[in-house]
Structures are given as C-alpha cells and as structure tokens.
Design a protein around this ligand. Structure first.
Ligand code: SF4
Length: 459
C-alpha cells in the first residue's frame, strides 16, 4: 500500500419509495471511499431486507435491487484491510433482537473494540464477523432500555473511537456522529413526487448531487438525528448525545473526499487549490512546467501554477482501467506497477525543469518510481512538492494506514527522503499553510485532528 485509504462510506434515506435506488446512486457516487464490498438494507415497515456482497456497487446490485422495497434504507461501501475474511465483514449488519429488527452501517474505527468484544464474549456473546461494528449490535441487544433510541445512546457510551453510524429499525432511521466528529456526515432533503419530503444522510455531499438532494447541514459532532413518521408526517428529531471539542479529520481535504464534495461544510476543490497557492508562496522554484501526479495532485498543481505563473501541463497520463492487474512478484515489476497506471508524455517533459505536485508520500516507493519514469522521459530537473505536511504517524480513527515502520517520513529527514526518491528537491506544505488553505476557522488547527502529522492523538 502506498496511499492512505478511507475505510467506508455510509448513506441513509428516509421517506422515499425509491429509498433503495437512492442509496444505490449515493453509494455509486461514494465508490472512492470503499471498493471491497457494498450493501443496502431496506425496511418496508414490517421487515428489513438486506442485499450485500463483495465488489463494486455496480456489480453487487446488478441483480436484485428491485427486491429492496420500502421507504427507508441504509447503505455502506467498505474498504477492507488485507487478511480479513471479507465475506462476513460486509455491511450493513442485520440482527433480530427483543425489540424487533435492526440494521447498522459504520464509517470509522472503534479504538476500544477488543476490550468491549472480550467482555461481551465472556458474557456469552457469539460473534459472526471481525467487525468492531458488531459490538454495537450486542450492546444494543443486551440493554434493558425499552426504546431503541435509549439503547443506542447507552451502547454508544461504552465505545470509544471515530464513528458515523446509520441504524435502521422497522419504522425509524437513526444517524449519529461521534463526539469529536472525526468522520463526516451530512444531511440533505429531496422532494418526493407527491410534494412530501424525503431525507438523506451521507458521508459526502457528492452523493446528494447525483440524486438532486439539497444539502441542509452537517450532522454535529455528538449529535443523533432520528427520522420517523410520527402522526403521519416525516420529520426528524435532534438529540445532542455527547459534547466534546470537535476534531474533524483534516486528511479528508487532502485526499479522501471527492473534490466536488462539501466536507465539514467546506468546498474540497477550493481547499485543494488553496494548498497549491500556499505551496507556491512557501516554495518559489524556477521551472518550465508544473505537472500533477494524476488524479491526486491535479487541483493543487492548478493552484501552484496560477500563483507562480509557471505553465500547468498534464505531463503524466493516468490509465483508469487497471483494476487488479497481475503483477509479477519481482523487484523490477515495481516500475511496471507504476507504469501500468501512469505514463509520462516524453515530448512535454524532455529537457525541461519540472515541478511535480502530489498529495502525500506514504512509503516513498511510488514517488521514487514516478521520478524514475520522469527521468527516463528526459526531465532535466525534478522538484517534488507535496500538498500536505509529512505523514509521520498512522491513523487509528478509521483510515487504513501502514505500520509506522513503513511510513518513510516517520524515520527519515526530508533530505533523506529526497535522496531515497532521487528528486532534485523535495518540499512539503507546512501545517500553517494547510490551516491557511482551510481558512480562518482552522486557525492553529483548532477543531481538526491532524495526528498523522503531529502525533497529537486525542483518544
Ligand atoms: S490521524 Fe490523520 S487520517 Fe486519521 S483522523 Fe486524524 S487527521 Fe484523519
């Protein structure tokens, strides 16, 4: 792995007779947040039906979507980590318990999951998956509270970590963000054909655009929304379950979120472009061209080019169709792996001094190969500029990251990394430059988690 991967996307739709189809389109829009598996659970008021499987959204729901009939649905895209038995870890999770039926989908990571699981197992619980999310189902089933809302709140008080959850019962939909608001979750509304309103919650607002939903607001850290048909009217109730200083994941702006999304109520495209502008102010380098590593470096490269006046060119072309291509397990095949995906345009690059912009460096192996193929293409000087600070520590809050020993910036100085990747110069965006790119609200990084850059872990 030479990139960081968001583990999941979640969606919930309430009060639409197209709820499953709207979930499907939303999951399709959020495919970038998880490609391993996908699932949708739908309630018709009496029963919850689930359709899920491994693969991309289009293949999982190629057949059978018409069986998901009901006006409330939740959905999930999963990015799974290596070595896990993916089949039993596909979400949503469904269970029958003393109050009826429940389905649940989760984006994030629970840091005390093992401790809670061990306790539940010692009390007789039987687990079917490796998912930390399954703890919630057992905690809810064991609670003595008479309302599901109270059972959820009681269960959440036993867990620690990063989470955005959607719960589906036969008659209600619940959406909740953890007290720190690590992972994003937004609320939108849709006009039904009969004039009534449907509601949607989703990890990213790019899901709203595809189904003509209007963004209302973000769900607040520690807030629970409950959607119901009380007295025949669809409405939602807000409960502030927890209060804490927000710590939103700053990496959403750098890499995870789609640039056409609003995340944490901010336009991702604008922030990425600002990062390029800040980089141009921090590093004034003489060069012939600014070239992005596609797609991750494109928007920051536009910002850098506009601020510096150095022409922008797509000097590297990306092949979007590589999928799980067979790679021979030899040293020399590493270059092939990068070449399968990225190919430089020699005529543009030959004899030029170039500035190459990428979003981050994880192990350094991909950057090294990119620089190698650019040198082979005839580049005279290569300055690599990274639109984020150095990633020096792993994430424990719902992002799949390598062990610290594999993070190149955790053990090497900038000069040592430059030497390893064989660039003529290497520069990273400063943390202050990142805050300035986000705007006044992020002054001094307040309100954001940035532990992968400064090791200041909150929980
Ligand atoms: S450690 Fe990094 S990736 Fe993880 S939540 Fe914090 S900012 Fe995001």
């Amino acid at each position: 792995m030479d990139s960081w991967n968001e583990k999941c996307a979640i969606v919930g739709v309430f009060n639409s007779n197209r709820s499953a189809a709207l979930c499907y389109y939303s999951l399709f829009a959020m495919q970038h947040r998880g490609q391993e598996s996908s699932g949708i659970s739908t309630s018709n008021g009496y029963d919850i039906t689930t359709l899920k499987g491994e693969g991309l959204v289009t293949s999982v729901f190629k057949y059978g979507l018409e069986k998901l009939v009901g006006d409330a649905s939740i959905g999930h895209n999963r990015y799974s980590t290596a070595g896990e038995d993916s089949k039993c870890d596909v979400q949503p999770i469904f269970a029958r318990y003393s109050l009826g039926q429940i389905a649940l989908a989760h984006n994030g990571n629970l840091v005390n999951a093992e401790e809670v699981r061990d306790r539940l197992i010692s009390q007789g619980a039987i687990f079917q998956s490796h998912l930390d999310t399954e703890n919630l189902i057992h905690l809810i089933a064991q609670s003595k509270a008479t309302k599901l809302r109270d059972r959820i709140i009681e269960s959440l008080s036993c867990i620690k970590g990063a989470y955005s959850f959607v719960f589906l019962s036969r008659g209600k939909l619940f959406a909740i963000r953890d007290p720190y608001g690590f992972r994003p979750l937004s609320l939108g509304e849709i006009n039904n054909e009969d004039g009534s309103k449907a509601y949607i919650v989703a990890s990213e607002t790019c899901a709203f655009d595809l189904i003509n939903a209007r963004y209302i607001r973000d769900i607040n850290p520690g807030e629970m929304l409950i959607f119901s048909h009380e007295n025949g009217v669809c409405s939602y109730e807000s409960i502030q379950v927890f209060k804490a200083e927000p710590k939103k994941c700053i990496f959403e702006f750098i890499y995870f979120a789609r640039p056409d999304s609003f995340v944490f109520n901010k336009c991702v495209y604008e922030i990425r472009k600002n990062m390029g502008i800040e980089l141009a102010k921090e590093y004034k380098i003489k060069a012939d061209l600014v070239i992005p590593v596609p797609d991750s470096g494109v928007i920051s490269a536009i910002g850098y080019s506009q601020e510096s006046g150095i022409p922008f060119e797509f000097g590297i072309v990306r092949n979007h169709y590589i999928g799980r291509t067979f790679i021979e397990p030899t040293q020399s095949s590493r270059e092939l792996k990068v070449r399968l995906k990225l190919n430089p345009i020699k005529e543009l690059i030959k004899d030029k001094d170039i500035i190459v912009i990428d979003d981050s460096i994880v192990r350094g192996t991909t950057s090294k190969q990119i620089i190698r193929i650019l040198r082979k293409a005839g580049a005279k000087k290569i300055h690599l500029i990274i639109a984020s600070p150095q990633t020096i520590s792993p994430c424990y809050y719902g992002v799949d990251t390598p062990d610290i020993s594999h993070l190149i910036s955790a053990t090497k100085s900038i000069e040592e990394v430059r030497d390893f990747i064989n660039a003529d110069s290497l520069h990273f965006l400063s943390l202050d430059g990142l805050y300035r790119s986000i705007g006044d609200e992020a002054k001094d990084g307040e309100g954001y988690c940035k532990a992968c850059f400064d090791k200041q872990y909150i929980i």
